[in-house]
Structures are given as C-alpha cells and as structure tokens.
Design a protein around this ligand. Sequence first.
Ligand code: PLP
Length: 387
Amino acid sequence: MKSLYLDYAATTPCAPEVAKLISECLTLDGNFANPASRSHRFGWQAEQAVEKARGQVAELLNADPREVVWTSGATESNNLAIKGRVEYLRLETPDIPLHIITSSIEHKAVLDTVAYLEKFHNVDVTYLTPDADGLILPSQVEGALRDDTCLVTLMAVNNELGTITDIPAIAKLLKKHSAVFHVDAAQAVGKMVVNVQAWDVDLLSLSAHKFYGPKGIGALYVRREPQVKIISQMHGGGHERGMRSGTLPTHQLAGMGEATRLVSEQLSDDETRIRTLRDRLWQGIEILGDVHLNGHESQRVANHLNVSFGGVDGEILLASLAKVAVSSGSACTSASVEPSYVLKAIGRSDVLAHAGLRMSVGRYTTADDIEQVISEISRVVTLLRKQ
Ligand SMILES: *Cc1c(COP(=O)(O)O)cnc(C)c1O
C-alpha cells in the first residue's frame, strides 16, 4: 500500500497550475523583480502580477483590492489584526479598559496572541466554551458583550473539528456595538463561500497553503468603510499602505492569486465530490462500532472528519497507521502528547481525546484512496482491540 495523504487541513499541496506560475516568477527570464521597483520594466511587471493577485483575492472575498493586506500567512494575519487593533485603541486612549471576546477552541495563533495582550497590555479576555458539538453560539457572544468590549475574534471553521461558526449572526449582534469583529477564516476559504460583505466582518485572516497555494503567504482583509484602523506589527519600508512592511514575494503572490482563481472556479465541484468521499469514509469506519464523531454532524465543512475510537490507545493507533497521513488533534499541537484542547473542550475524556483522529479529504483524494484508508483503519482498529 502506498502512502496516502488525508491531512489537507494541516496543509495542501500546491495545485500544479500554482506551482507552474510560481516557477515562472523566480529566474532572470521570469517575473522575479521587486514589485516596489518603480524605475524599470522588471519592477512594473512584478507589480502587475502582485496587483493581479490582490484583485483575485479581493474578488473571492467580495472585497475591494485596497482592503487586502499581504502577510506571511494566517498566524501573522491574526497577530496583525488582534495586536494591531488593541495597539491602535491604546494609542488613542492609553488608559481605556479593553475587553476581548474569543473562544477556548481558537487556533493557537489567536489564543497565544490574546494571552500576550492579557499579560502585557492589561486586556481582559472572555474565553467562550463550545457546546458538546463544538459550536460557539451567537447567544454566548451576546451574553459576554460589555461596554468595554473592543474586539470579538472567532474562527469561521474550526481546524480540528471542521465545525462552522455562524459568523453572519454574530456580526448582526455586533452591529450596534463599537467592537470590531475579526474572523480567522484559514479553514473556511476554499471550503465554503467567504463573503466579507455578506458576513459583515471587519478583519479576516486567510492563508494560501490551506487552499492549494504555497506556504508562507496569506492576507488580512481590513475593512475600509467604515475604516478599521490597526497599527503595523512589522515596521520598515511602509509597504501595504503602512500596515505591513517587507518586500512583496512576487512568486508567492502569483501562486496565491492562481490558487484563489482555482477556488472560484472549482469550489462547488470540489465541495460536492469531497463531501461524498468524506461521508463514505465515515460510513466505512462507523461500522467498526464504538466510534465517536467529534464536532457537529451537519454544521461542518465537507472535508473534515474527526473521530475518536473507543478501546484503542491513541498513540499506538497513530503509529500503526503509518501508511495513512492523518492528524491526532491539530498538527500545530501534535508535538506535545497532551490530549487535544479542542477535544477536551467538547467534553471528550483524556482517553477518547487521545484516540482522536482528524482526517481531511482534499482535491486530489480519489474514491480508491478512501477505500484503502477504510480497510487499513478497519484492520488496525480490529487488531488493536483484540490485544
Ligand atoms: C493553519 C491555520 C492557521 C495558521 O496559518 P499559517 O498560514 O500556517 O500561519 C491559523 N488559523 C487556522 C484556523 C488555521 O487552520
């Protein structure tokens, strides 16, 4: 059996179309120049490629191109949005009390950023806890809102469970409040329609490598009307209208633009096909019995399947599934042997949290791959349960 990749939620391979475009932006005979070079044709061409990509990302999000700020990925976008907003408010009125609402199942790039502000910038934080299905409800946000709430930061799709937060309903609640709404949409772009106007959000993070673009590139959407002011976290040449300095990587951006174009073109086909494969995978392993679905059954993106197997040790299970690339909990936390904090937050015991597998299907997964994975998991789980 060849190795099979079922970890598209951790990262995706570049689409071949994307890889081709990237390779055309590297060498002297390609579009390699500094997009900020104003004095020659090489620079103008690079700038053209970068602005084309900006237009493509803006179009996908239903934003204005001037609202797209390039970053190195969703980690940086989250830092820029959250720290950048708080620092702006502190600059305006240094002693004002500030309160942030987030959830206990955010990505570490949000949780650690918020914890930093709590520790060093005297910000008060409310961590909403999910229900047993992994959902954060609009009513919880409503209940936590205070006069001094300056920021609500929640993910559109949870990276471990695939569960979808009702972002438009939360935005509606915030309509009459001065709090800014930031959404980490790293797991949503490419899996569902992300429309910043329909969603009515102020700041939104995305990352190219989650939707068949290259790693190390992403964007932060920053609303212009009404304008959301943030303080740069990276100081230098004043690129990106002063919000993020640093020479723009033409090749990465051309790749991200192309990945965005492919999403616009293929989203609904991808979604239907991937959902069928994911549902077949669930059907194939559910019959093993004592298999627990983590996360809401239907309020979930099409590619995710997170399950816990009763009666097996999580680490032995993962080690025995050497030919199938999956995650135990989130890839970002799997360096430690702590049970996933997300699975713990939805009420799973340590044992079941440890025995959790996140499988994520993608554009290049075939029906044959799924059948092989089902038979491999069935073989391994049956064997381990006999021991
Ligand atoms: C992957 C991911 C991130 C981090 O994005 P990078 O571009 O890898 O820094 C942040 N949030 C969520 C929800 C993610 O899935």
